[in-house]
Design a protein around this ligand. Sequence first.
Ligand code: KG4
Ligand code: ZN
Length: 342
Amino acid sequence: MSPTVTILGIESTCDETSAALLVGGRELVTNVIYSQIEEHKKYHGVVPELASRAHAAKIAAVVKEALGERPLDYVAFASGPGLPGGLMVGRVAAETLARFKQVPLIGVNHLEGHLFACDFEGNQAQERLQFPLVALVVSGGHTELWYVKGYGQYKVLGRTRDDAAGEAFDKVAKLLGLAYPGGPQVSKQALTGRRDAIAFPRPLLPGTWEFSFSGIKTAVSYYLRDHQSISIPDVCASFEQAMVDTLVTKTLLAARAYKVKHIAVGGGVAANALLRQHMQERGAKEGIRVRFVERKLSSDNAAMIALCAYKKLQYAEQTGKPLPANINIDPNMKVRNWGGKE
Ligand code: KG4
Ligand code: ZN
């Protein structure tokens, strides 16, 4: 592969329309992100129909801004999981561009993108992710725990049975009358609250690596129903602590069970400062190194899609194996191995 291989990534699975240009796997020339937050704010969550329309309206301008007049070797896009309308817009844009430029098209799993975003720290040479590791992918639509033996070698340990962690933050914010997206708002309120004010549950579900967050959210709604005067900062601080304790405890248990010394955390909720602090501190006590995605690449963006495509191309080149195109969109796409057996 040429050291200047140029990949244009496209991301449109949820409520960000994004395109990014990655050169040589390291140099992120552009990462244009159009966020639809303003469109969805008044509904306190993503409205799929509005999302599809906004993607369709913005994608051409976003791609144009990211690519400019530069040459191109590959187009990569997020083919799932995600909202069907957004996925279709992304696929059509990616395929049109690939045909027009006569370059190959590569489909990428959005959740794998969140993991690969942890492997990028700017334009300088950096320490690579170290395997085996336990990955926590924690976003508004998904919460998954993986054992990762190497690039493209996954064993999914568990997913959430109900709400994703980010969704729980968003729903609690809505209950409290805070703006969407709820995670950053809850965190901000929590700064002045007491973390031990209210004993919300920590659902650890022993015997499985699955998560369940709807119980914490329901406990918050019962607390609000049963108390006349409440302190929003105390509710936020106690809720955030319960979420973080649950995520950290479960991830560290998995790292211990699988005897790994590395953890990677990606996805929108990875921006949470309390999660970052507790995972790092508790990990360090067990000799485990925790790699968090840098904040600016934590929420949905196309750089992570281009990065994932780059890793796949590198693997195909090193092994001589053909690269599965993976271009069929799938709203419920599960992570699949492409780097050998798990
Ligand atoms: O990865 P992402 O941008 O989109 C999905 O793929 O879902 O994640 C968005 C989610 C939202 O639920 C948002 O509330 C949450 O990430 N989030 C946070 C924080 N920043 C964003 N949750 C907790 N604390 C934060 N600081
Ligand atoms: Zn995401």
